[in-house]
Design a protein around this ligand. Sequence first.
Ligand code: ATP
Ligand code: MG
Length: 448
Amino acid sequence: MKSRLWSRSHDDYARPGEFVSNLRSIRGMNDIFPEEVRYWQRLESTVSDLLANYGYGEVRFPIVEHTELFRRSIGEVTDIVEKEMYSFDDRNGDNLTLRPEGTAGCVRAAIQKGILNTPQRLWYAGPMFRHERPQKGRQRQFHQVGVEAFGVATPDMDAELIVLTARLWHQLGIADAVELQINSIGNAQTRKRHCTALVEYLERHVDELDEDSRRRLQSNPLRILDSKNPVTQALLDNAPALPDFLDDESAADFSKLCELLGRAGVSFVLNPRLVRGLDYYNKTVFEWVTNKLGAQGTVCAGGRYDGLVEQLGGKSTPGVGFAMGMERLVLLVAELGLSATTFARADVYVVSVGDRAQGLALETVEGLRDILPGYRIVQHVGGGSFKSQMKKADKSGAKVALIWGDDEVDSATVTIKPLRRDVDTGQIGQQNLPLAELEAALVDALTE
Ligand code: ATP
Ligand code: MG
């Protein structure tokens, strides 16, 4: 079900000659209508069921926080804090920010609630805000599901998080389209020693660096590894590699993680240049990447952040987590995941022609809703010919139409018509049944 729906541009809202209101959505912040929301709901319910099955609890915290929280956690010299945050003074003069990511708020909430003295498995979902250049798979308001595990320093925790994401991709039908990349960025000493070597190397090639990277050479050299500039990336091919500087503990944890992923049947690629765009990570970092969405290929990313809780004022507590980008996953699932029928709006479409038929249809269908509460039954409204109602039935994606006309009313029956061709016979057969047999026939038709 690829459709125009998914490819928006701001100009879509203003066609020449059309009445155009001045009141429009903010660039990079999209409205999502039922056709697309169906995919979101399916994705969200799959994720929340899966997380519940692994023992994770949902947490909800505010969209607005003190700006200080993000400065202190994400890091001053990061793209997000330097140029992407929506910050403002409120009426009290407090400087606040629309959250650009969830980990900081989640950690803040967990510290404030005082729950970090025992291990915690938490998740959250909701909108995030970053002032970036809008494009396919990159918005200014976008949505993440984030998962965080606190209180466990051993790599079995990292493995669990990665293994559960792998299961999710299978459930969504996108497992073949994503690749897991992992790396370890070690502890602070690892990065310091690597940093010294990296700066030494890059200073010898300073002419080839762009302005951003030159600035980072002073302020935060590790960030240069994250550069999207191809010239810089080529230069980095021969630069000192982070894994060569790994401390013993990080190296041991990383090899344990790789072993556990192997035991769980999750394959991965080692990417020694993976560092992630936020400052709070240490040891494990990972990304799930697809080549099906162009430049915005990372659908899920995370890592370990053992220092963050303490940095934000809590008692030293290890943590590891990730966030997935819902827009990118919806695009991917819509392109090649679960079949379109899984996302149909309806299981059953109810057609009734004439006043008498309409009454009988409503009465019968309300009874059906009582006994079959799990089915999505869409009742035709607004009248119209049999032909026009059947067109709507076909469009609804329903598997079955229930049809009432004068004949059915006179004989106290219903006509049940499958809307999909039988895969074996290629036939579409319809049946006329006494009302008493409707429930059984419907269950039969829908569970085939
Ligand atoms: P990218 O390199 O694509 O900018 P990131 O490293 O900034 O991603 P994270 O902060 O780790 O991303 O967020 C986790 C996930 O959230 C990303 O992998 C991506 O799927 C999604 N994401 C991040 N920024 C955006 C955005 N502006 N629009 C849509 N999705 C986003
Ligand atoms: Mg980014």
